[in-house]
Design a protein around this ligand. Sequence first.
Ligand SMILES: *Cc1c(COP(=O)(O)O)cnc(C)c1O
Length: 456
Amino acid sequence: MRHKIEKTWEQRDMESVFHPFTDFGTLNSKGPVVLTHGDGIRVFDVHGKSYIDANSGLWNNVAGFNHQGIIDALCQQARKFPGYHSFFGRVADTTVALAEKLVELSPFSDGKVYFTNSGSEANDSVVKMLWMLHRRNGQSQRRKIITRLNAYHGVTVATASMTGKAYNAEFGLPLPGFLQTDCPHYWRFGRDGESELEFSQRLARNLEELIIKEGADTIAGMFAEPVQGAGGVIPPSEGYFEEIRPILRKYKIPLIADEVICGFGRTGTMWGSVKYNMEPDAIVASKCITAGYFPMGAVILGKELSEELIRVSEEAEEFPHGFTAGGNPLGCAVALKSIEVIENEGLMENVVKVSPHFMQRLRKLGEHKYAGEARGVGLMGAVEIVADKKTKQALPSELQISERIANKALEKGLICRPLGAAIVLGPAFIITEKEIDEIFDILEETMVEVFSDVGL
Ligand SMILES: *Cc1c(COP(=O)(O)O)cnc(C)c1O
């Protein structure tokens, strides 16, 4: 009898998994990293090799990978009532408790929560809410959505159309009616002699011109991340939201804060939209809401928007939209516990405490000859690689410099994320200063080696 040759996990992955957002060149040459478990901010692969994860998964595993309190909350809920929907006026008690908690945490005096399973679904749901609302209000032409260059709002057909990234051309997106305004990145788009505030004012004028050109009564709403995340960690330029807010009010265009990354402490405060004076009409949350332990998205509607939506839904008899697993009580129990851990077990305090050290090490990395800008806030940061600090010219894209850096770092046991020409970091909220040093020590060493490898 022939012996069956055992395949490795890597081979099994290559034969069975179709990976999202994965560089196939790297995958085919280096193979996947198959993980088994985590401890604190570290994860372990099938060979027992450990990696320090400087991205907390995808921004979301903020309490580390083995938080007993959150695991217990999940198990307890599983024993009590493991799943129910929220259709037809039915709902799990735990789901109600989380909705109350989210409204209480929000900057709104009152409001309502709509549950989904992901950030994309939450943004997509808001688009449908706005479309229905305007249509019921006799403005069925009010359908256009404004977002910004480099925005990331998700991957559904509508939210990919709202994502200001070139790769969506692969799908023939954006759909018509999805408009793009400027990205508030002063270092990249500021003009010679223009102050940061003048830059924000110019962007606000451009936004108003776009609104007038398109017709204010054709625009359903504007979506913005407080700090652009997947666009490469771009905090807004000085005064940006203060400048655009009055314009949106003037034309009665709702502003939605996509807090999928910023929400629950990433910037050192509960909401990025509060930190940057966005004064949104609704907040979209996901990622940190369950510390990465369960899929969940939520739309927190402010008082005015929720009242209007309830009114038009009563007229229509229902809001004809919902996800089977939206508001699943397992996720809600996990979210309630995760939020408690962030608020009351020192995670938020820790972000505030270690952020100055994180930013200081990031800025030091930014002194590297080929580092154009080191930027960030709270526990999110990026260093952008350029050929020339002055002209901000990028290195030839064939060099794949950020991919190279991330691949080499991985060999050294560090997970960090290449994003365009930048390396992006977003560690867990439990990170210590010592672990921050470990990340940056590896990254500094890696950059020196990679630049010497490519002959720079
Ligand atoms: C990740 C992300 C989304 C999409 O969330 P998914 O859960 O991946 O669908 C939307 N908006 C922002 C700002 C994000 O970072």
